[in-house]
Design a protein. Structure first.
Length: 261
């Protein structure tokens, strides 16, 4: 897909991978619709990008708010050519540390948010016969580790969402891309204290990537209509191992992952 004059909607756009992706798509000539909860942060960021950025504050955990968001985007920009489902949040907790509210919050963003945003625009994209839906996922969707119960369940849900989209959208002209980076040097762990300490020690073999590296890979994937991207190289190796030997992978995650104190 050529990106000049395209409309790219990005959730979680105020920081990290979302912000880096917005910059990358704007440099490629696209108009970027920036979506996150904080209006002030979005407006400050949009001013940095310039005329190619539009601000759409929204609580993506609320389906009615997402429908209102979709109406505003259509009215101001039109139907997106690309949707980047990147919004994600949440602390890593063992199941016995979690409350029903914790689990609801984990499911709301990223899993339900991605489903809400995608369904809000899917009919328009199918009717047009073109577009691409991108889902930013986590390695935990392939190799589950202990101490991140709700987070892992939500990310496996995203994996299922990707699989369901692929079969539903086959032959419509609307493509689906899943991107799975390893650990990213963003402010995620600063915003979710106590989580970084629960990264399995085995993951030290996978180099940390920057949001900018992820954004470049994401833009390239959209341009080349790729269905799946994993980075860095050792992330691809890990995903292959999880596919070939899932039981071994889960055992390694258990042995090298977080332990109850």
């Amino acid at each position: 897909m050529e990106l000049g004059r395209r409309i790219v909607l990005i959730t979680g756009a105020s920081s990290g991978i979302g912000a880096a992706s917005a910059r990358a798509f704007a440099r490629a000539g696209a108009t970027v619709a920036l979506v996150a909860r904080s209006k002030d942060r979005l407006e400050e960021f949009a001013a940095e990008i310039g005329d190619q950025a539009r601000v759409f504050p929204c609580d993506l955990a609320d389906p009615d708010a997402v429908l209102e968001l979709a109406a505003r985007v259509r009215a101001e920009l039109g139907v997106p050519d690309v949707i980047v489902n990147n919004a994600g949040a949440g602390r890593w907790l063992f199941v016995d540390e979690s409350t029903p509210h914790d689990f609801r919050d984990m499911a709301a963003v990223p899993y339900l948010a991605a489903g809400y945003v995608t369904t809000a625009f899917a009919a328009d994209m199918v009717r047009r016969g073109s577009g691409r839906i991108v889902v930013v996922n986590s390695p935990v969707s392939r190799a589950t580790w202990p101490g991140a119960f709700g987070y892992a369940a939500a990310r496996w849900g995203l994996r299922g969402l990707v699989a369901a989209l692929r079969v539903d959208l086959r032959g419509t002209g609307v493509g689906v891309t899943e991107i799975v980076p390893g650990k990213v040097s963003s402010d995620y762990f600063a915003n979710n204290p106590g989580s970084e300490e629960r990264v399995p020690s085995l993951s030290a073999i996978i180099p940390t990537v920057t949001p900018e590296q992820v954004a470049r890979a994401l833009v390239t994937a959209v341009r080349r209509d790729r269905s799946r991207v994993a980075l860095p190289l050792m992330m691809r190796v890990t995903m292959a191992q999880a596919w070939i030997a899932p039981s071994l992978t889960h055992r390694l995650m258990s042995l090298t992952g977080a332990k109850r104190s």
